[in-house]
Design a protein around this ligand. Structure first.
Ligand code: ME8
Length: 516
């Protein structure tokens, strides 16, 4: 039996179309999911859309359509983005589905049965944009006469009958959780932020609304709909059937291994969610990790390219794998990052076109011409050959260590460092000069280089899946020998294996002429 690995993205509000921040989160989560699949785990990867709440209802009203229609239309856009980005999610959940309503009622009942839910009335500030309640001291009245919450969105005064969750009763348990399990919240900046929020004192949380009806009805009190975050967070359980159908094949995936979210929603995931689960008697997820925000570095991009802001335009312009690569390599996972046409072009040309692409095409075309288009025979290894192979064989240890910390960018950097080393090795060995003087030695150098290409390509699969597959085709790696178990010395290229005619995998990016 394989170990399971369950990973999720946040589920996006389909009040609008997906943007590059959504794409970033999906790509990063996909890369982590693919990494663990290649590493032999039984992975379950979930994404989807968060369709209830006041924001959805207000947006639909403003557009003059039914809320369900808005949800359907934009949820379809998010699903399409998944296909565009080559996301390998195993399920796509919509919170308007019946399976989710059932699970949300089930978790509510468990929290109520545990004595953690009571009815009272709420009076306080609410941000519809964030779908969040804020304490007065978290808000500020600005010169424009509008009061804003901590994320810079306007808040409004809400007074209504409401059910409350006894969040205050979980303060000490949450602090103990963060202290006993330092990896529960990451990165450390977010952990500190969450700890100080909880230590400053938790008030009970309003968990139902009565002034609108676009949500999941509270069991036995249909005048109330659940606060959208109660239902939204529960999606992670819904997809496993853990609460409603514990015998089903997916229940084994709970508890979740990693919730990947953006830094703006850490409080919901690292405070409310574990408290709800403790109350419901459900095991806690192992980790909540917040990535940073992606910022469009500016005008440069829009000036030269027109309007390259959406994931679709970016992919059309640069190609999918270059975008995936750039985001995973350039942005330190957990920190904010920015993108611009220049930064993307420079990075993909340096690492992909001039890096692995060039290494593969130089070595494989020499093999095509000089070695009968077959994997060459590897003769006695020199010190340089051994050092090169040791570097590429050692990559998996670095990759596992960094991925365990969710340092995706460091895994990618380590792979590219091996490519750079292979470039130096290749240049230093001068196989083109050996062609006449020592063809057997040339064959060995080409063999070692092709073996580096094979292993590097296996490593690159989580980040640039389609391109890595093409590279693996070029070294004739069998379909069942492309996982991490096929790395290292025990699965070296086999001399005499026919190789296809090499073709370029990573074209150079050339910026278009400025318009006008
Ligand atoms: O928050 N850069 O939905 P959402 C990077 N429905 N990430 C970004 C970003 C940016 N510029 N903008 C947003 C919600 N995100 C809730 C989640 S989960 C039970 C419910 C990230 O559509 C954001 O941080 O506003 C979040 O993780 C995700 O996109 C969806 O944001």
């Amino acid at each position: 039996m394989k170990d399971t690995f369950y990973i999720t993205t946040a589920i996006a509000y389909p009040n609008g179309k997906p943007h590059i921040g959504h794409a970033y989160e999906l790509i990063a989560t996909d890369a982590i999911a693919r990494f663990h699949r290649l590493d032999g785990k039984d992975v379950f990867f979930l994404t989807g859309t968060d369709e209830h709440g006041q924001k959805m209802q207000q947006t639909a009203r403003a557009e003059g359509i039914e809320t369900s229609e808005l949800a359907q239309r934009n949820s379809d856009e998010f699903r399409a983005m998944g296909a565009l980005l080559n996301a390998s999610n195993d399920d796509f959940i919509r919170t308007t589905e019946e399976r989710h309503h059932e699970t949300s009622r089930a978790i509510w009942k468990r929290m109520a049965d545990n004595g953690d839910i009571y009815k009272d009335s709420y009076a306080g500030w609410y941000s519809v944009r964030d779908e969040a309640y804020y304490q007065e001291d978290e808000t500020e009245l600005r010169a424009d006469g509008v009061r804003y919450g901590p994320q810079g969105t306007p808040v409004e005064w809400v007074e209504e009958e409401s059910y409350f969750f006894k969040l205050s009763a979980y303060q000490d348990k949450l602090i103990a959780l963060y202290e006993n399990d330092p990896d529960f919240v990451g990165p450390s900046e977010r952990r500190n932020e969450v700890m100080s929020f909880v230590k400053s004192g938790l008030k009970d949380l309003s968990i139902s609304r009565t002034t609108f009806d676009w949500g999941i009805k509270v069991p036995d009190d249909p005048k109330h709909v659940m606060y959208v975050w109660v239902d939204a967070l529960t999606n992670y359980l819904t997809a496993t059937g853990y609460l409603t159908d514990p015998e089903n094949a997916r229940a084994k995936y709970w508890p979740c291994d990693a919730h990947i979210i953006g830094k703006d929603i850490i409080r919901f995931h690292a405070v409310y969610w574990p408290a709800f689960l403790m109350s419901a008697g459900v095991p806690l997820p192992k980790r909540v990790f917040a990535h940073g925000f992606l910022l469009n570095k500016g005008e440069k991009m829009s000036k030269s390219l027109g309007n390259v802001v959406g994931p679709k335009e970016l992919v059309e312009h640069f190609g999918l794998d270059p975008i995936r690569y750039f985001l995973m390599r350039e942005v330190s996972f957990g920190q904010d990052g920015s993108y611009s046409e220049e930064a993307i072009g420079t990075r993909v040309n340096a690492d992909l076109a001039n890096g692995i692409g060039n290494l593969a095409s130089r070595s494989l075309s020499m093999i095509g011409k000089n070695c009968d288009a077959k994997v060459p025979v590897c003769g006695d290894l020199t010190e340089a050959d051994r050092a090169m192979l040791a570097s590429v064989d050692g990559l998996i240890d670095i990759a596992r260590e960094e991925m365990a910390k969710l340092h995706i960018h460091k895994v990618v950097a380590a792979i590219i460092a091996v490519v750079s080393e292979a470039d130096r090795y290749f240049a230093g060995q001068e196989p083109w000069a050996l062609k006449k003087t020592d063809p057997a030695r040339m064959a060995t150098v080409l063999y070692v280089t092709a073996e580096v290409v094979r292993q590097v390509s296996i490593h690159l699969q989580p980040y640039v899946p389609a391109s890595a597959a093409k590279l693996l085709d070029l070294v004739a790696a069998p379909d069942d020998a492309r996982d991490f178990a096929s790395l290292g010395a025990s699965n070296r290229l086999v001399a005499g294996t026919p190789l296809p005619t090499p073709s370029p995998v990573f074209p150079r990016y050339v910026a278009p002429e400025p318009k006008g």
